[in-house]
Design a protein around this ligand. Structure first.
Ligand SMILES: NC(=O)c1ccc[n+]([C@@H]2O[C@H](COP(=O)([O-])OP(=O)(O)OC[C@H]3O[C@@H](n4cnc5c(N)ncnc54)[C@H](OP(=O)(O)O)[C@@H]3O)[C@@H](O)[C@H]2O)c1
Length: 230
């Protein structure tokens, strides 16, 4: 039987590419985004794959929408949850110019929302369901040779901590968890100078997810499957 997966931030970038590739593979995809009615690329895919794609509104800056999503799903089971939505926050801001303002929102979307999502959807996980959390090498202490990007780095480091605890806590129910670095990807967030296309990134991450088991749960993995130091 083809798997059912739920993905956040499915309307563009890496999330849209995950949606596209899994649909072409025959999966059932529950694609969450803030405004399904104006998500043109997803609407086109919905016409192409009417039996497989379902669009659901989800704005992660409203945490109450997360348990509402679980209510909407009811008894339905998920084989894969991809927590993909994320924001970068202030770009290129030098030390001396940081202000409190955007910090809470970044932590809300990049850290708290993935935790609340896994927590709320846990009853919907099918036997052996897998969880993928889109992290970033920017959250690695070891890899930080250039400084800056304080809020984004902090958010992805915190997400890694959450992913590690989830991996430990969900092992008993046989749900493996991966913290994935997608590479530097040509999306709105990655910009046009990024190294790889969303297609290459997602093809790689799908292979990594195919190989995700309890034996390698809780690892921080690059899109090519190599391990990233914390
Ligand atoms: N691109 C890279 O090089 C790169 C590198 C490392 C890690 N990542 C990570 O990979 C993931 C996807 O990145 P991307 O490059 O595809 O980014 P992107 O092109 O900027 O897309 C971000 C996605 O997140 C959604 N989103 C933002 N705020 C949201 C909210 N409040 N509620 C629901 N959805 C929200 C966006 O929806 P809207 O269209 O409604 O804003 C969009 O679908 C992120 O977690 C990112 O941190 C990316």
């Amino acid at each position: 039987m083809k798997p059912t997966l739920l993905i956040t931030g499915a309307n563009r970038g890496i999330g849209l590419e995950f949606t596209r590739q899994y649909l072409h593979d025959g999966a059932q995809v529950i694609a969450c985004c803030r405004q399904p009615e104006s998500a043109d690329a997803l609407q086109q895919l919905a016409q192409q794959f009417p039996q497989q794609l379902e669009l659901v509104g989800l704005d992660l800056s409203h945490p109450e929408q997360i348990p509402a999503l679980a209510d909407y799903l009811g008894e339905r089971k998920l084989d894969l949850l991809i927590s993909n939505a994320g924001i970068y926050g202030p770009k290129g801001l030098p030390l001396g110019h940081y202000q409190a303002g955007p910090f809470a929102e970044i932590m809300q979307i990049n850290v708290l929302a993935p935790l609340l999502l896994v927590q709320a959807l846990r009853p919907n996980f099918a036997q052996g369901a897998k969880i993928a959390l889109l992290s970033s090498k920017m959250g690695s202490m070891d890899d930080n040779g250039s400084g800056g990007a304080y809020f984004y780095r902090a958010s992805k480091a915190a997400l890694n901590a959450i992913g590690k605890s989830l991996a430990n806590d969900l092992a008993a129910q046989a749900h493996p968890v991966a913290l994935l670095h997608p590479g530097w990807v040509q999306t709105e967030m990655g910009g046009p100078n990024a190294f790889i296309s969303a297609l290459t990134s997602v093809e790689g991450m799908r292979k990594v997810l195919d190989q995700l088991t309890l034996a390698n749960t809780g690892r921080f993995l690059n899109y090519d499957g190599s391990e990233i130091p914390w």
